[in-house]
Design a protein around this ligand. Sequence first.
Ligand code: UFG
Length: 328
Amino acid sequence: MNLLVLGGAGYIGSHFVKLATELKHNVIVVDNLLTGHKESVNKKAKFYKGDIRDRIFLDKVFKENNIDACIHFAASSLVGESMKNPVKYFDNNVTGTIILLEMMAKYDVKKIVFSSSAATYGQHDKMPITEDYETKPTNPYGETKLFMEKMMKWSDLAYGIKYVSLRYFNVAGASIDSSIGEDHRPETHLIPIVLQVPLEKREYITIFGDDYKTKDGTCIRDYIHVEDLVDAHIKALNYLAKGNNSEVFNLGTETGYSNKEIVETARTVTKHPVPMKLGNRRPGDPDKLVATYKKAEKILGWTPTKDIKAIISSAWNFHKKHPNGFEE
Ligand code: UFG
């Protein structure tokens, strides 16, 4: 298939591009490189530098390529930043998706796999979360992802664009061959920050709050390996290629780990003491986010294959090999 990957130079996008090119798809990448890295994009993919909010630019990309399906990763994705600057999130995420859907309708592209988030659910007491849980985001980031899903629902009705929305839980780890991995500037995610301690880039990890309603008081998240995650996108594409209806799926592992447990696992994997300090809560953080993936298993035939130790080990191998990320 001719696949247009929006945000293909980002952390998750680049892992998808790697897999899709290995599977011999013809991949076209669009990325504004504000947070992505051109070096992380597989050389077999055709690359366009530009912003999806730029109508003229995106029109040219669609005109020059006979696109069969879009895979949409292009978005701002930090919970904390979205609380401080919500307008940036509505502009980048919602406006970008409006223009993308407009182009899909114009060029008659009828399939899209969309990068959604567990942040669409917000705060719930009963875990694991199934896809029919109420969506009530606790931060602007989650709100924009929900908005984007809603735009796709109505675009399906109006233009016949079929979508699969994948609600990711916490994506982590790196490619098993250590060629690509996570490199955000600045880094805000727990696992890469914890690993900065054994990498001697920081002295200790600060845990944001220990008075949450959880077993040890620190937040609980469901971590999924990035290669398991991108595999679900290929399965979603195959599902759409068979002419199936639009659907929403959770992608998680049904296992939650507290922030303290993540630090403990990182100590085991890296054999480093990783000192820990307690900080204030980070606004917008829900207590617990754990998914059930039964629907993706049943309909897409997808199951996660890597546990938390394998996830942290793959990230550790990547960071040891590329201590300065994609800067070398
Ligand atoms: N945390 C710390 N210290 C740090 C960094 C993070 O204690 O230095 C904590 C956070 O407060 C949170 C947990 O580690 O409790 C995980 O935080 P991350 O920033 O790694 O991940 P989030 O859960 O905030 O967000 C991630 C993605 C979102 C996605 C969400 C869904 O960044 O895009 O998972 O669960 F929506």
